[in-house]
Structure formats: C-alpha cells, structure tokens
Write a protein that binds this ligand. Structure first.
Ligand SMILES: [Fe+2]
Length: 308
C-alpha cells in the first residue's frame, strides 16, 4: 500500500493508517426495497468486527416494522464468529430506518455516528416538534466521532472522516485498506448523492469527495447505496479510488467545483423527496430508537404537513 497523504485539520494522518496493508474482510447485504447496502467488516486475525448502516424493514403503508434483514445479518455474524465492536452509521439516513439498536441488543458493540448529528437533531427536532424530552445533544449514541478520530477494528487501524455535503453530519470510515463512503459517492457509472436535504451543500460534497479520492488508487470503496445505472442490470457497491477518479460520471478528476455545483443543484431540483424520509429521519435522529409509546402502549410516527 502506498503512503497515505490524507490531511486532517492541516496535519497528515498517514501514520494512523500504517496498518493499511491489513485487509479486513467485508460482507455486504443488499436491501433492494431501499437500495441500501449494509456492510459487516471484520479483522480475520482477531475476528472482531463492525456493522455499517444496517436496515430495519419498514412497510410504510401498514406502519409495520420487521427485522428480516437484520436477522439475516445477525445469523451471518454468529455463524462466522464475529465479535461486534462497533455499529457505525455514516449519517442519519433519509431512505431507511436503522436497525442498529436491535443488532446492538443481540450482538453488542458501541453505536457511533459523526458529531454533527447534533445539527441534524436540532433541525429535525424542530420539524417534528419533539419537545424537550429529546435532548438533541447526541446522547442517544455511544460515541460521536470528530474528523480524524482514530479507532480500531480488532488490530486493524481505523479513522473517522467528516465528509459533509449530502448532509452536514456525513462520515466516512477508513478501516485498513477499505473506506465506507456513506452517501458521498455512488458507483462511477451513477455518480454522487444529492445535496439538497436540510444542511446539505453541493460545494462541501465536492470537497469531501476530492478528499476521499486523495487516498491511494487501490483503496477499496464500499458504498451505502446502488440504484443500477442505466444499462447495468446488477447491483454493485464495491469500487476503488482509481475507478472513481477516472470514471465517476459526476466527479471524475478534471471536473471543477463550479461545474459539479451547477450539475448537482440542477439535478437535485428534479428529485422527489425519498419515500421514507419522514419515518426514517424521525427514527434515525434517535439513533434508530422508535419514539416512546403513548399511554395506550402504541408507538407513533408523525407526519408534519408542509414541513419539508
Ligand atoms: Fe443518505
């Protein structure tokens, strides 16, 4: 693995990734309903691992949750003998509910997201009028990562990177020679994530992408979503830095921030809100916990009218 010249707050952090030669094992699970890829990463030397961006099944029409996807993932973790140390969220997703608390109860591990989730909690706490019982200080999570925070998966060094743009709180997780990009990049033939949610910023997204693509060419990238680009019939969620730098239709090398910004703003203006944004953000801003039951024992989700 070549030297890593990644900069955090003006300092080179390549030394944090001295163990990049270590190749964690990644197993991915695809949820076709929400086009989400959930990843389980582990260190084969210690069999310690992490779950990234899990999915709680949700039938919006019926208001019914289910754990079929999470149970499949848990069965894999148990059969492989992986001890879960972390449940990592790349951001507060708008397209699916997180199953992190359900998986945490069964497999252990600490639930983490980026510190700017507090911004998202404040914005959406107001939209959902959740009142003072909802602290909006990130305490629903076990750890809030700042840019450049170091951690480990077993003996494999890892670093959390703040990559805002899609939302203000987006994180990417570098673990050995792998990066879990969250919603910054999609497959090269599909491009990039939208940047028009509250607190989103297409210019910041461009800079976050450039930062990720400053990693060595052979760095493996695992994405959070795939929508199958026109002409491609199979889902895909693994690519690498070289493929993105040379081939990403929105953000390949040579595309300027100005051109990216103009493209992203024009395209975002044509996109409808994700079908599950209101249920998903309501749950995910609470770290995947459902709202407390009312006096009759039933939990309710709100639909703010004309709130978005
Ligand atoms: Fe997202």
């Amino acid at each position: 693995m070549a030297d890593v010249n990644l900069e955090v707050a003006g300092r080179q952090v390549g030394d944090a990734l001295a163990g990049r030669a270590a190749r964690p094992i990644v197993r991915s699970f695809s949820d076709e309903l929400t086009h989400t890829a959930t990843h389980v990463v582990h260190d084969p030397a210690t069999m310690k691992g992490a779950v990234i961006d899990s999915v709680l099944d949700f039938d919006a029409a019926a208001g019914r949750t289910a754990t079929t996807s999470a149970d499949t993932l848990i069965a894999y973790v148990r059969a492989a003998g992986i001890a879960i140390e972390w449940l990592l969220e790349t951001h507060a997703h708008a397209d699916h509910l997180s199953a992190a608390p359900y998986i945490q109860e069964r497999c252990g591990g600490r639930l983490a997201i980026g510190r700017d989730i507090i911004t998202v909690q404040n914005v959406f706490g107001k939209i959902f009028n959740v009142g003072t019982a909802f602290a909006r200080d990130g305490t629903e999570f076990d750890r809030l990562f700042d840019d450049g925070d170091r951690f480990a998966i077993g003996e494999i060094p890892a670093i959390a990177l703040h990559v805002p743009g899609h939302t203000p709180a987006d994180m990417a997780y570098v673990i050995g020679d792998v990066v879990f990009t969250g919603d910054t990049l999609f497959m090269p033939d599909y491009g990039t994530a939208r940047a028009d949610f509250p607190g989103g910023d297409a210019r910041e997204l461009y800079r976050s992408i450039r930062r990720l693509l400053s990693l060595p060419d052979e760095t493996r990238l695992f994405l959070c979503h795939d929508y199958k680009a026109p002409g491609r019939d199979a889902y895909a969620w693994e690519t690498n830095v070289a493929a993105q730098r040379h081939g990403n239709v929105h953000a390949h090398e040579g595309i300027s921030e100005e051109a990216f910004y103009a493209m992203r703003v024009a395209r975002d203006a044509t996109l409808p809100m994700p079908k599950l944004i209101l249920p998903a953000v309501q749950v995910n801003m609470r770290a995947g916990h459902l709202p407390e039951p009312e006096a009759n024992g039933t939990r309710y989700l709100k639909l703010p009218l004309n709130g978005l």
